[in-house]
Design a protein around this ligand. Structure first.
Ligand code: GMT
Length: 381
């Protein structure tokens, strides 16, 4: 198949899923055309079956807000027409689904029908999409898509609860390459960071307020105050990084916290982790937790959103009430002070992650593409 994929190319879960999906589909023989405003950050190199089409938005004195969505639509029209794409798969509803639906309508007038599949990831539904200034457009674009997927049952329910959806929504979860994300021997790295055998807590996010990064620092501070020898590694960057840094200084734990910024490859850092903290206020799936689990790291996370669909309570980690720093500290303490429990959870986390391996999930997307193409066939004649 020739598939157009549009996503946010920057650091973020939906972009990672879209890019890894494109790479996996290309490895399975499909031709993939990424259409975005810059090269997706996980798309390290172009192969013979992967193409990248950059969307250019021309500025004009009249444009206080240059219309990216329209430039994207025009690029989609061109790429579908000239590269003879079979379908467009867009990740994140706003504005990608809207642009794709418009592109399909333009092409239909020219006698060409390209089915549009929209994958809902999270904040496009749980936060941004419910903003009244976007809601009618999001509803329309989802209903006008030829196929719609959501990354968890939770997100499917949320979408149905908050929008008037007439289209069925298929659930296809996030996935991870468990050959890349596995525990590697990084003892030299661990030794350099923890010369006295300290435990290591890791948090990876885009530091948006929804990730509650300051809570990670608060939990860490409590563990330190209770006498645990532990270090904290924070990976990623975003609006809450500076507040988290200030908090670490204020609480007197900055010496043992490392803010590493955006890092690739994350799996090397996860390989020295004893625990992963995800105190998010909203999380439709929790890809960063899945990647940690694949590296054999138990996860303590908020008991919200799609996280209970991934984390098995008491087995691969623990789920805590949202914002309950005390509960997070207690569960972290349990894992970090009990070698046998930590080992058991590490192995269980890895096994659980294997259920979401690329080789298991990507064929579900392929099957879904076939289904949508078959349904759209009469319109494509
Ligand atoms: O986590 C983010 O803020 C990024 C966001 C995105 O759309 O780029 O991630 C969402 O999609 C990921 C991939 O499907 C999910 O694993 C994340 O849980 C989800 N984030 C939220 O719901 C906050």
């Amino acid at each position: 198949m020739k598939i157009g994929i549009t996503c946010y190319p920057v650091y973020g879960g939906s972009g990672v899923v879209a890019t890894e999906l494109g790479k996996a589909l290309a490895a399975r023989g499909h031709q993939i055309h990424f259409i975005a405003y810059s090269m997706p950050f996980r798309l390290s190199h172009i192969t013979e079956r992967i193409y990248f089409h950059e969307v250019h938005v021309n500025t004009y004195p009249l444009f206080e807000y240059p219309p990216y969505d329209l430039a994207l639509t025009s690029t989609m029209v061109d790429v579908v027409k000239y590269e003879k794409l079979d379908l467009l798969h867009v990740h994140y509803a706003i504005p990608h689904a809207t642009s794709a639906v418009l592109a399909r309508q333009i092409l239909e007038k020219q006698g060409l029908y390209v089915p549009v599949i929209t994958t809902l990831h999270g904040t496009d539904i749980t936060i941004v999409g419910q903003d009244p200034s976007f809601s009618p457009v999001v509803t329309y674009s989802i209903n006008e898509s030829d196929g719609v997927t959501a990354v968890s049952e939770y997100l499917r329910r949320e979408t149905l609860a908050h929008f008037e959806i007439t289209n069925p929504i298929a659930v296809i979860p996030n996935f991870v390459d468990t050959r890349r994300f596995r525990r590697q021997n990084k003892s030299h790295f661990k030794q350099a960071l923890c010369p006295h055998g300290e435990k290591v807590i890791v948090h990876v996010s885009n530091f948006r307020p929804v990730k509650r990064a300051p809570d990670v620092v608060r939990v860490f501070h409590r563990l330190r105050t209770a006498g645990l020898a532990v270090k904290l590694l924070l990976v990623g960057d975003g609006p809450d990084r500076v507040p988290a840094e200030h908090l670490a200084r204020e609480l007197g734990v900055y010496e043992d916290v490392r803010f590493l910024g955006k890092q690739e490859p994350v799996e090397e850092i996860l390989s020295i982790a004893d625990l992963f903290l995800m105190p998010s206020g909203s999380e439709t799936f929790g890809l960063a937790a899945l990647e940690a689990m694949a590296c054999g790291v138990p996860v303590v996370a908020s008991n919200i959103g799609g996280l209970p669909e991934l984390i098995v309570e008491g087995e691969t980690g623990y789920l805590c009430p949202l914002g309950d720093v005390e509960a997070f500290t207690d569960r972290a303490w349990r894992i970090l002070t009990d070698e046998a429990l930590q080992q058991h959870m590490s192995e269980a986390a890895r096994r659980r992650a294997e259920e979401f391996d690329t080789s298991r999930i990507v064929p579900r997307y392929e099957a879904y593409y076939e289904q949508v193409l078959a349904q759209a066939a009469p319109r494509m004649l």
